[in-house]
Ligand binder design. Structure first.
Ligand SMILES: [Zn+2]
Length: 314
């Protein structure tokens, strides 16, 4: 997808492609939903393309092999591309690979990118390209690498494999080892403007609530009922709030987090307006933090919300 706002970043990448002078490591960073992965995939496809155009042509042998996985990544439907292997006696997920022999995509396995994944990447990186003139590796959310994984990647960057380009994306570059950063070229993707956001999502009214993030806008726009319930939870009578709380255990993780985010935004709003005193604000914020922490451990959201409701003067 072409993001108007990201023209500066695309111009830099275009320079690499036309000049053929491509850094062996590239770090694309910026907040969630501003198009980092999309740009990384486009760049990878273009690096591998056998046609004459600057960006991927879409019709050569390389582009045809690249397209299915490239599209699946952007649509977040990658289940059939997962590559696992037996590592130290256990079956582990390593990366995504499709029909293109010269491309792999390394996303976090759970909450982190692990050292086994970087070892597998290294093994891939030092092979010769098979279809294209180069190979491309995307490490998505490189800021989630474990320390061991980061150190292993550093070794790869210290002796960059010939013909392999490593493309890293990250939400924050601070979470990446300075020694890795010094060996990569950094490109910042800033938040989208309201105009660009509206153009992509068709919903500029969701700009504030989504913080300019397309990913979040999709979540928000497909969960109108959650937004309405968050509104009612704060304003309506206790019985309705109670009903909303009891229904919350059936929501999926994204919906639960969205609900908590919306409640938090409203609390912050009330505090800023001066309609909530600091002590209560602090108490509710702390409780929200406890609920967020407890959810992955299986704590019921309904119980958390009822306790939260008691703290609010409604
Ligand atoms: Zn092509």
């Amino acid at each position: 997808m072409f993001l108007k706002d990201q023209e500066r970043a695309r111009l830099i990448i275009e320079k690499f492609l036309t000049s053929g002078k491509i850094p062996s490591g590239l770090l694309i960073y910026g907040s969630s939903g501003v198009g980092k992965t999309s740009l990384a995939v486009d760049f990878a496809g273009s690096l591998l393309c056998l046609g004459d155009s600057t960006w991927q042509c879409g019709s050569c042998n390389s582009c045809r092999a690249f397209l299915p996985l490239g599209t699946a990544i952007l649509e977040d439907e990658t289940a059939s591309y997962r590559f696992e292997e037996e590592v130290s006696g256990k079956r582990r997920f390593l990366y995504l690979r499709g029909e293109h022999p010269d491309f792999i995509f390394v996303p976090p396995d759970g909450n982190t990118i692990k050292i086994d994944q970087i070892r597998a990447l290294k093994e891939f990186a030092y092979r010769k390209p098979a279809l294209s003139e180069r190979k491309a590796v995307i490490i998505d959310r490189a800021d989630l690498m474990t320390v061991e994984a980061g150190n292993a990647l550093l070794k790869v960057l210290e002796e960059p494999p010939e013909d392999t380009i490593l493309i890293l994306t990250a939400e924050s570059k601070e979470a990446i080892l300075p020694t890795i950063r010094s060996r990569t070229m950094e490109i910042l993707l800033g938040p989208l403007t309201r105009e660009a956001f509206g153009e992509i999502t068709g919903r500029s009214d969701l700009y504030e609530i989504s913080g300019g993030s397309v990913t979040r806008a999709t979540l928000v726009s497909s969960n109108a009922d959650i937004i309405e319930m968050a509104q009612k939870f704060m304003e309506a009578d206790p019985l309705i709030s109670y009903r909303i709380a009891t229904s919350s255990d059936r929501w999926d993780t994204d919906q639960k987090n969205l609900f908590l985010d919306l409640i938090e935004e409203k609390i912050i709003g009330s505090f800023r307006e001066g309609s909530m005193e600091y002590d209560r604000f602090e108490l509710i914020q702390r409780r929200l933090g406890e609920i967020r922490e407890g959810l992955p451990r299986g704590i019921k959201l309904s119980l958390g919300l009822m306790a939260l409701y008691d703290l609010m003067e409604v």
